[in-house]
Design a protein around this ligand. Structure first.
Ligand SMILES: Nc1nc2c(ncn2[C@@H]2O[C@H](COP(=O)(O)OP(=O)(O)OP(=O)(O)O)[C@@H](O)[C@H]2O)c(=O)[nH]1
Ligand SMILES: [Mg+2]
Length: 372
């Protein structure tokens, strides 16, 4: 039987039988085709649990790449922001019943009845409703319910919108960039955002992080050059929206583990965004991390390290430990994890981190295609 020499450097000098040679040639041909297709393209996939901040980070990245919102687009966002506002106050009204909290003022109790009956799809969120919402938000009872928000599911941007309820109700309200970053619209399906940089076509791919959305993720796993995993630092005392009683941070860490063990990403470099550091800093003095994660040892006074810094380190270690475990269980030795603390609603913070990683991931992708 005639043998030929394999032409690739790895098996230089070894002989292949004709069938192996045929497969080898076909694979090489496919690789060359792929290399041509993807030479100037880079796909960056964002994964993470629901509400971690994936879409917000992407909105910032799009703006860093020059995207600007027109007045027409901003006007379309008004409806969504008013819906966020109505959802926030209705959630608090519902929580008042659940937690058996009384309104400070009887007049506010009847206001609450009116607001409770509004449908989020109605376009009745006018100035009068906005004023009533603001009045209710100032009620002592509603504030008590807000302080107990970890006992129910309330959007992280609720306070931001409730604090400016009356302004949001005015006819000429037009959200600025910061307001757009605080808006909450759960992603459904797979959403792609193209961008260009250094002659490369970048394709950012955003997916929905809620449980029902995750089964669609597989459709976005092909040809990923870089994987961003987004995790919230402040969800240690919150429950999963889709599964009351399940701790959100625990769910996110488990999800990270699953992603790391997915064969598609076994050798991928992972960029971990430990997001919502502003909310962690705000929350840590009031809500004890050790109540939810008993392994966490709070800071001792006089040690020179704040509780916030210590909590950040601890949460980061939950993810890095999982990465180390996945490595032991068969992840590629060369795969790396880079983590960054972020506040996605803060442009300068995302800019700093993104500039830091953009050239790196690009050089790595170019390096990959240079091989062979
Ligand atoms: N304060 C604060 N809010 C944030 C931060 N990141 C995101 N948010 C808010 O958190 C909410 C959820 O953010 P999204 O970007 O929609 O989260 P997501 O990961 O895309 O969620 P899904 O689409 O459901 O998977 C929005 O209201 C954001 O404004 C942050 O760093 N700080
Ligand atoms: Mg999203």
């Amino acid at each position: 039987m005639g043998f030929t020499f394999c032409p690739c450097r790895k098996c230089w000098g070894s002989k292949l039988d004709p069938e192996a040679q045929r497969i080898h040639d076909a694979v090489k041909k496919q690789l060359t085709r792929d290399r041509e297709i993807y030479r100037n393209k880079m796909k960056i996939l964002l994964l993470g649990a629901g509400e971690a901040g994936k879409s917000t980070i992407l909105k910032q990245i799009q703006m860093i790449h020059g995207r600007q919102y027109s007045d027409g687009e901003r006007r379309q966002f008004v409806v969504l922001i008013r819906r966020n506002l109505l959802d926030a106050i209705q959630t608090l009204i519902h929580a008042m019943d659940q937690l058996n909290i009384q309104y400070q003022d009887d007049a506010n109790a009847s206001l609450a009845q009116k607001i409770r009956s509004l449908s989020p799809t109605d376009s009745v969120f006018d100035q009068d409703t906005a004023n009533k919402t603001e009045q209710l938000w100032r009620d002592e009872g509603i504030q008590q319910a807000y302080d107990r928000r970890r006992e129910f599911v309330l959007s992280d941007s609720a306070k931001f919108f409730l604090d400016q309820a009356a302004a949001i109700g005015t006819d000429d309200f037009l959200p600025d960039d910061h307001c757009i970053m605080r808006m909450r619209v759960a992603t459904t399906g797979i959403v792609e955002y193209p961008a260009h940089y250094r002659g490369m076509d970048l394709l950012f791919v955003d997916v929905g992080g809620q449980r029902t959305e995750r089964r669609k993720w597989i459709h976005a796993f092909d040809n990923v050059s870089s994987l961003f995993f987004v995790a919230s630092l402040s969800d240690y005392d919150q429950m999963v929206v889709e599964a009351a009683g399940k701790n959100r941070m625990e769910e996110s860490v488990n999800l990270f583990d699953t992603v790391l063990r997915t064969p598609y990403f076994r050798s991928s470099t992972i960029i971990l965004f430990l997001n919502k550091m502003d909310l962690l800093e705000e929350k840590i003095p009031h809500s004890r991390l050790e109540e939810h994660f008993p392994e966490y040892k709070p800071n001792l006074p006089g040690s020179g390290e704040s509780d916030y810094e210590r909590a950040r380190k601890f949460i980061k270690s939950l993810y890095t430990d999982v990465f180390a475990g996945a490595r032991l269980a068969g992840r590629d030795e060369d795969s790396s994890l880079y983590s960054h603390f972020t506040c996605a609603t803060d442009r300068s913070c995302v800019e700093r981190v993104y500039y830091n990683i953009r050239d790196d991931i690009l050089n790595r992708a170019l390096g990959d295609y240079a091989v062979g």
